[in-house]
Design a protein around this ligand. Structure first.
Ligand code: NDP
Length: 280
């Protein structure tokens, strides 16, 4: 059971990662974003999830470097973008990310999407960054079981994390079971379905019982599933509200009711159908 924002999960290589973090997709690369992240750190967030594709690594790094909280206590994730995949390209993209962040290491580096024909070479570069101790843990995003089979069958180090879309309308039980079996920690991207799920009447009813918001119920459901969650908000009161999850516990029946909302509905692209021609 996750009991506070300070709680961390031990990844397969013993790196400890916070269960709850702040997603920063769509936040602009501005001093306002740096201030927002500094405020989130003051509230208690220690984990920040960025990506080179979000074009805000500089603002994230400024917050980390200006924060009174020690670097070792913060957990910074970034991702290699599709156009930068391949062995040398990934090594170069990692250095460019560190430079924008003005950091000497990352806590977690992720492959952003399984780019067909490239992700194995990309993963070999991730292994190199890991063995060179430039990053504490490595992982993937949006990988399905067949992509993970490919990595496990062809590479030396298994991904420690798989960050992929997870919310009550998209459970992907097969993926959850696969990751649990192989000790790959699941992390929910778009946990609030970009806001789309927050008016669901079933979740609303449970929220009323606990005097919580639907967002809080869904984030708690993530944690009770053993899935790391990284909601994004540009609003400091919602950033704070998203941490107020530790004074109630969903019953097994309520978990099942929320699970039954699954309808295999995504807000992001399907990993086997994504257009990898997309550039930043
Ligand atoms: P989320 O599912 O986190 O939803 C964010 C939306 O929910 C925003 O519109 C926000 O509005 C709103 N919101 C947040 N908290 C509350 C609240 N308490 N009450 C009401 N509304 C709320 O979407 P994201 O796409 O941002 O996903 C989260 C993170 O996951 C990203 O920021 C990113 O770090 C990661 N991600 C990774 C992907 C990948 O491919 N690896 C893909 C997509 C996301 P407002 O800002 O106005 O509060």
């Amino acid at each position: 059971m996750v009991n506070s924002i300070d709680d961390r999960v031990k990844l397969s290589n013993s790196t400890e990662m916070p269960w709850l973090g702040l997603g920063v997709f769509k936040l602009e690369d501005t001093p306002g974003t740096t201030d927002l992240i500094l405020n989130a750190i003051e509230i208690g967030y220690r984990s920040i999830d960025t990506a080179s594709a979000y074009n805000n690594e500089k603002s994230v790094g400024d917050a980390v470097n200006q924060s009174p909280v020690k670097r070792e206590e913060l957990f910074i994730t970034s991702k290699v973008w599709n156009a930068d995949q391949g062995y040398q390209e990934t090594l170069d993209a990692f250095e460019a990310t560190l430079e924008r962040l003005k950091l000497s290491y990352l806590d977690l580096y992720l492959v952003h999407w399984p780019v067909k024909g490239k992700y194995i070479e990309t993963w070999k570069a991730m292994e190199k960054l890991y063995s060179d101790k430039k990053v504490k843990a490595i992982g993937v995003c949006n990988f399905l079981p067949h992509h993970l089979d490919d990595i496990l069958g062809n590479c030396k180090v298994a991904p420690m994390v798989n960050q992929a879309e997870f919310h009550p309308y998209l459970l992907q039980n097969d993926l959850l079971e696969y990751c649990n079996k192989h000790n790959i920690q699941r992390e929910a991207s778009v946990p609030l379905m970009k806001g789309k799920i927050l008016t669901d009447p079933v979740v609303l009813k449970i929220a009323e019982k606990y005097n919580k918001s639907t967002a809080q119920i869904i984030l708690k459901w993530d944690l009770q599933h053993g899935v790391i969650t990284i909601p994004k908000s540009a609003n400091i009161s919602r950033i704070k509200a998203n941490t107020e999850l530790f004074d109630f516990v969903l019953t097994k029946e309520e978990m099942d009711i929320i699970n039954s909302l699954d309808r295999d509905e995504r807000v992001g692209p399907h990993p086997d159908k994504v257009d990898f021609g997309l550039t930043k």
